[in-house]
Design a protein around this ligand. Structure first.
Ligand SMILES: C[S@@+](CC[C@H](N)C(=O)[O-])C[C@H]1O[C@@H](n2cnc3c(N)ncnc32)[C@H](O)[C@@H]1O
Length: 218
């Protein structure tokens, strides 16, 4: 991985960035470990604490893209103090229809894994998360919708042995994503960069140039 970092840094020579060299190196290291084929879909999670904690976990596990539907009326459903800045390193895509978005992922070869507490769900560790995967988590009260559960390749449950029927949605997200991380790191997927040099350059132009300018203007 160290060689790959050096290679990318050499390929970036001549580009203008507005961050210190150490910061640029860190961003390159992060991008080389991003799991482009592990996506999180949040179906109408409404609480900003929950959504923010989900984003923070996605960044930690190497998820680059989070898709979400949101039926509330807030402009922004995350809080910078809770994401601890990690919303900057994960791309958030708000979509109108969960079903249509997930169908498109399936057409591209992704499996859809819906987290659900109902009877036909299988234990979450039975799924192979090293395949291109979209993990779906649901609304705090209603859970994942029937339509999404129907189109999912797997419905999974995290066993509950106490009195509470369910986990907080951000905790459930972390449990599933860290199972994905366990399986993927065992297969060496974090040592095999998924983003092309062109994609890395495009993202760095945003993170280490455009966003810095925007931050300075704030
Ligand atoms: C508070 S739960 C929703 C509870 C809702 N009454 C239901 O039946 O789904 C919010 C979300 O967290 C996730 N979740 C919580 N506990 C879970 C568990 N034990 N297994 C799988 N997913 C879980 C699911 O994504 C769920 O949609």
């Amino acid at each position: 991985m160290e060689n790959r970092v050096e290679e990318v840094l050499r390929a970036l020579e001549g580009e203008e960035f507005l961050v210190e060299p150490q910061r640029l190196r860190r961003l390159v290291e992060v991008l080389l470990r991003r799991q482009k084929d592990l996506v999180l879909f949040s179906e109408n999670v409404k609480n900003e604490h929950n959504f923010s904690a989900i984003i923070r976990t996605c960044d930690a596990v190497g998820v680059l893209n989070v898709y979400y539907t949101y039926e509330g009326n807030k402009q922004k459903i995350y809080n910078e103090h809770i994401t601890m800045g990690s919303h900057k390193w994960v791309f958030l895509h708000r979509v109108q229809s969960a079903v249509e978005t997930l169908r498109r992922f399936k057409e591209k070869g992704f499996q859809v894994v819906a987290t659900r507490l109902v009877g036909r769900s299988v234990h979450f560790r039975e799924v192979d998360y090293t395949k291109p995967t979209v993990v779906v988590v649901g609304n705090e009260l209603e859970g994942v919708s029937e339509e999404v559960a129907e189109l999912a390749d797997h419905n999974v449950v995290i066993p509950m042995y106490g009195m509470a029927q369910s986990l907080n949605v951000s905790v459930a997200t972390a449990v599933i994503l860290y199972e994905a991380e366990r399986q993927r790191s065992a297969k060496g997927l974090y040592d095999r960069p998924q983003l092309s040099l062109e994609e890395i350059k495009r993202i760095l132009r945003k993170w280490a140039y455009e966003d810095v300018i925007l931050d300075r203007k704030r």
